[in-house]
Structures are given as structure tokens and as C-alpha cells.
Design a protein around this ligand. Structure first.
Ligand code: ATP
Ligand code: FE
Length: 326
């Protein structure tokens, strides 16, 4: 079974092809350079750029996959959450294509895509498990008791983890996206030189908080600490905070398998720290952690491919919580 997956939720156009649950093609047209000089994503520019590139990207994916468009069995696209104008480009393109082909169209929740990306190389994994999404817009910890059921255990009270990396990087005079930049600079720094505390010490729940950390970065700069030392301490504290919350959730739920996904899941310090926690931790393979189309096709394969409901009448949604808990 061939599934085409499309994601245009933010500033990357993602098109992927999945065959029988395996990723065959994953193409991402990044808009980072387009938005860089504005210091953030400009929604209208993102939508226009998606419109420009989406058809070419789908044609290229079919070419690389070695199939004709008529061989697609199902088309899946991100329904939300995201920038509505951007979402609509991929979502309506996917609907139109499915309708023209007479094949089912499946709507996918963006976070569901991120979750299933972490299972791309682990077809044997079955629920229940924990799933942490640490991306540019989310820091959400879910318990997944069954395929397609998501119970929110905790989320960030303020900034998302990736957002904190991006904002702190900006304060430190680094480029965008900030995560990889901070990771690079941190290697040259000494974390023990900067006194930044781990957020939400003493909480009994599973909340995250990163905005105080970002403010502490600004204060540390004012006090004259070296940027490399600040970057090292910021990363250490962010990683420690995430590790504390997920380890507590593992203890509380009794679940020993944790999926960690979203752009921050690429952070080597986070990987190393979590792997030392005695849990079974699964990360997305390279290229599947940040936004892409293959993860949307994978989610469709896992949750709906066996019994696809044609969802042509379902509208896109900028705001869309992921909770289909019974
Ligand atoms: P969302 O899915 O919540 O809408 P998004 O899809 O835009 O957000 P992703 O593409 O999953 O987010 O991730 C991008 C974020 O990941 C950025 O904030 C970036 O700084 C961060 N990031 C990427 N690589 C790293 C890294 N090595 N260390 C820490 N953070 C990273
Ligand atoms: Fe995303």
C-alpha cells in the first residue's frame, strides 16, 4: 500500500511516500532562508511559498519512489494545528489529488505525525507507551494507552522547549534555528561556571516551564558570563528539566517505553541524558524529527490505513488539541 503524506503546517513543505509502513521518500523544502531576515515565520509568505513548491515536490517524490500517481492508495495531509493559510495549501492539495484519483483522503493531526515518526524504525513497538513532543511550538507529554488514543499528562506552562532554544540563541547572538547553534556553542563552554537553576523543582505533576530559563540567560549575559558557558548551562538545565519530568511520569505510570520526538529530540545531550535514565527511549531517525511529510503518511498508516474513512468534508484547523481519550 502506497501512502502520500503532506505537511504544510508551518514553514516547511513536507512530502513523503510510505509503502506498507516503511518510508521510501521524504522530501522537505525548507523556508528557513526566506523567513530568516524577519526573525520569525511570516505566515503569508509561508503560504505563498508552499503554493509555489508543493506540486513540484509531489512530482519529484513520485519520481524518486518510482511510481505513477495512479498507484497511490491513499493521500494523507496535516489538518492542524498550525498556521491556517499554510495548512490549507497542503490540505486542499491533498484533498484535490485524492478526489481526482478516487482514493481515500485521510486527515492527520500534526502531533500524531511527530509521534509516529519516532516509530519509523520500530514496527514492533505496541502501546502503551509515553510520548514526549519537544518541538518549536510544543512541549507535550502524552500517555498512549492504545493506537490513536492520547492522554495529555503535562505540557509547558509558557514557552516550548524549541522556542526556548531559539529565543536564548537569539539573546546569545546566534542564528536560527537556535537548537543546533546552542548545541554547537555549548561544546566550547563550561556549564558549572553559570548559576542557572532547573525549573519547577518540587512539582508533583508533569508540567514544563522554559520562559524563566530564557530570562535567566538574559540576566547572565548582563552579568558578563561568557556566551559559551551560558549556552552550556542553558542546555544542561533544559535537558535536566525534561529528564526529571519524563522520569517521574515513567515512575508514576509504570510505563518503561518513551518516544521522544520533535526538533529538540535531535539534541545529543538530551539523548545521552535520557538514555542513561534506564528507560527504553525511541527517537525518530534522521530527517524525521522536524516537520516532514513522511511522518504524516506513517501516522495515517498506523491509525487509519486498514479502515480509511474518507475525510474530504473535514476542515483544516489552526487550533486542534490532540486528545481522543475515551
Ligand atoms: P510544532 O510541531 O510544535 O508546530 P515545529 O514543527 O516548528 O513545531 P520542529 O520542526 O519539530 O518544530 O522543531 C524545531 C525546533 O527544534 C526549533 O525550535 C529548533 O531550535 C529545535 N531544535 C532543532 N535541533 C535542535 C537541537 N539539536 N537541540 C535543541 N533544539 C533543537
Ligand atoms: Fe512540527
Amino acid at each position: 500500500m502506497w501512502i502520500l503524506g503532506i505537511d504544510t503546517s508551518c514553514d516547511d513543505t513536507g512530502v513523503g511516500l510510505v509503502r506498507d509502513g516503511s518510508v521510501v521518500v521524504n522530501l522537505v523544502a525548507s523556508q528557513t532562508l526566506l523567513h530568516q531576515r524577519y526573525g520569525g515565520v511570516v505566515p503569508e509568505l509561508a503560504s505563498r511559498e508552499h503554493t509555489q513548491v508543493i506540486d513540484g515536490l509531489v512530482q519529484q517524490a513520485l519520481l524518486e519512489g518510482g511510481i505513477e500517481v495512479s498507484q497511490l492508495d491513499l493521500v494523507a495531509a496535516t489538518r492542524g494545528p498550525g498556521l491556517i493559510g499554510a495548512l490549507l495549501v497542503g490540505y486542499t492539495y491533498g484533498k484535490g489529488l485524492a478526489f481526482a484519483l478516487g482514493k481515500p483522503f485521510v486527515a492527520v493531526h500534526h502531533l500524531e505525525g511527530h509521534i509516529y515518526a519516532a516509530l519509523a524504525e520500530h514496527p514492533e513497538v505496541e502501546p502503551p507507551f509515553l510520548a514526549l513532543i519537544a518541538s518549536g511550538g510544543h512541549t507535550h507529554l502524552f500517555e498512549v494507552p492504545a493506537w490513536g488514543t492520547y492522554r495529555l499528562l503535562g505540557a509547558t506552562l509558557d514557552d516550548a522547549a524549541g522556542e526556548a532554544f531559539d529565543k536564548s540563541a537569539r539573546l546569545l547572538g546566534l542564528g536560527y534555528p537556535g537548537g543546533p547553534e546552542i548545541e554547537r556553542l555549548a561544546q566550547q563552554g563550561d556549564a558549572s561556571r553559570v548559576p542557572l537553576g532547573v525549573p519547577l523543582q518540587g512539582q508533583e505533576g508533569f508540567a514544563f516551564s522554559f520562559s524563566g530559563l530564557k530570562t535567566a540567560v538574559a540576566r547572565a549575559l548582563e552579568k558578563g558570563y561568557a556566551p559559551a558557558d551560558i549556552a552550556a548551562r542553558f542546555q544542561q538545565v533544559a535537558v535536566e528539566h525534561i529528564a526529571q519530568v519524563v522520569t517521574r511520569a515513567a515512575l508514576h505510570s509504570g510505563l518503561r517505553t518513551l518516544l521522544v520526538t520533535g526538533g529538540v529530540a535531535q539534541n545529543a545531550a538530551l539523548k545521552a541524558h535520557l538514555q542513561a535514565a534506564g528507560l527504553r527511549i525511541l527517537f525518530p531517525p534522521r530527517g524525521l524529527a522536524t516537520d516532514n511529510g513522511a511522518m504524516i503518511a506513517l501516522a495515517a498508516w498506523r491509525t487509519q490505513a486498514q479502515n480509511p474513512q474518507n475525510q474530504l468534508n473535514l476542515p483544516a484547523a489552526a487550533y486542534l488539541p490532540l486528545s481522543r481519550a475515551p
